[in-house]
Ligand binder design. Structure first.
Ligand SMILES: Cc1ncc(COP(=O)(O)O)c(C=O)c1O
Length: 388
């Protein structure tokens, strides 16, 4: 059988060995602390569930929806003003997609061709590398590392790369490294993008999970942002609707229009009942979102503070539902460390090597257990002797 060159660009699943160890341990009835997957364990707000239930009773909502409802687009525009203080977003600057996961791949297909250069962070959420693979572009990676405070420095991107690049992906708060964007970073990237005619794609998945009193924002609040780029605005993590697949591309109308055109050949629109649930998220109260952010912070404190207290010097994450930790020096690779953590402590996290070239030497832990369970998990790693 022939499979396409596009398919062959994707690597194979590397988690098989980790899963095998985990199932082995669970099979023996031993405790496991699974911090590997970023699926929220908090509840979807009741008014959002009710909106979906009510909409599902209406037969009209079971037809092809074909487009975003005008009231959904308006709800996104109003939300940008209410939540981010961004006025002037108009419905032609908004297009829904079935999660950023789907949207990013299709947007990459709109913006780059085989052999083109695209600029991505490393380490990064693996979706960004997949987006480059889908359109056949060559990634140039900019580093997110301790030396640059895990932030983008556009001045470090070589001029010849900037001149030929089609787009740059920027994403703060950052999965996996947990850094948050600064006004300076955004202002610089907008100027740089104008100078070199590069499109900026900002992935804003974690604007509502940000710690130590900081307030998450939007790329589009910076002057000139909508001239050079777009933002993926996902409802997944803020409202715990990961399974409903709700995200929006918001920003430059030409780019959004191109994205809408391509998607109209692939998708007949988001299930109307899900659109109603999205409207409920965007127009309803936001207290639960704020409360949940505090709870993520308590988990972060229990995990990072807990490990520091037992001798593993992990810096605090500043945002996202993840913690990025350098592995102890005696271990040669993040995969080796992760396998031993499962076997000896039932502690499951993700090897940094799965997040791109600069991920090796680190692990990522997800804040998906309550503080008391985090404390138990830390105690289990301590008791294993792996940190001695
Ligand atoms: C940086 C980042 N972008 C996008 C996503 C996925 O968003 P969605 O659920 O809208 O596909 C995630 C999920 O973990 C993420 O971490």
């Amino acid at each position: 059988m022939y499979f396409s060159k596009t398919l062959n660009r994707f690597g194979d699943e590397i988690f098989a060995a980790l899963n095998e160890k985990r199932f082995e341990r669970e099979g023996k009835g031993l405790p496991c602390y699974n911090l590997s997957v970023g699926t929220p364990d908090f509840l979807t707000p009741p008014h959002v569930k009710q909106a979906l239930i009510d909409a599902a009773q209406d037969q009209d909502n079971w037809k092809y929806s074909l487009r975003d409802m005008p009231e959904l687009k308006q709800a996104v525009c109003d939300y940008y003003e209410r939540r981010f203080g961004v006025a002037g977003i108009t419905p032609d600057m908004v297009q829904s997609c079935n999660g950023t996961q789907e949207g990013m791949g299709h947007l990459a297909m709109c913006l780059a061709d085989e052999g083109d250069t695209v600029i991505l962070p490393t380490p990064c959420y693996p979706l960004f590398i997949s987006a480059a693979n889908i359109c056949g572009a060559e990634p140039y990676y900019y580093p997110l590392c301790a030396e640059n405070n895990f932030l983008l420095r556009v001045s470090d991107i070589p001029e010849e790369v900037a001149r030929k690049a089609r787009f740059i992906i920027v994403s703060f708060p950052s999965n996996p490294v947990g850094s948050t964007g600064t006004a300076e970073v955004y202002r610089e990237v907008i100027e740089w993008a104008k100078k070199y005619d590069v499109i900026v794609i900002h992935d804003n998945a974690y604007s509502d999970i940000i710690f130590d009193g900081a307030v998450g924002g939007s790329f589009l609040q910076y002057p000139g942002a909508a001239e050079v780029g777009v933002e993926f605005f996902s409802l997944s993590k803020s409202f715990n609707v990961t399974g409903a697949r709700i995200s929006f591309l918001v920003g430059n109308p030409q780019i959004v229009g191109a994205f809408r055109k391509l998607r109209s050949h692939i998708d007949f629109g988001m299930f109307a009942a899900v659109q109603k649930a999205a409207i409920a998220c965007l127009t309803g109260p936001l207290e639960s979102v704020k409360d949940q952010c505090k709870m993520y912070e308590e988990r972060r404190d229990a995990l990072c503070g807990g490990f520091r207290a037992v001798g593993w010097d992990i810096p605090d994450s500043h945002g996202t539902m993840f913690v990025w930790a350098k592995i102890p020096e005696k271990y040669r690779s993040s995969m080796e460390f992760c396998l031993e953590l499962i076997e000896k402590a039932g502690f499951i996290c993700t090897p940094g090597s799965s997040f791109g070239p600069l991920g090796e030497g680190y692990v990522r832990m997800a804040l998906v257990l309550p503080p008391e369970k985090m404390a138990e998990a830390v105690a289990s790693v301590k008791a294993s002797g792996m940190l001695d």
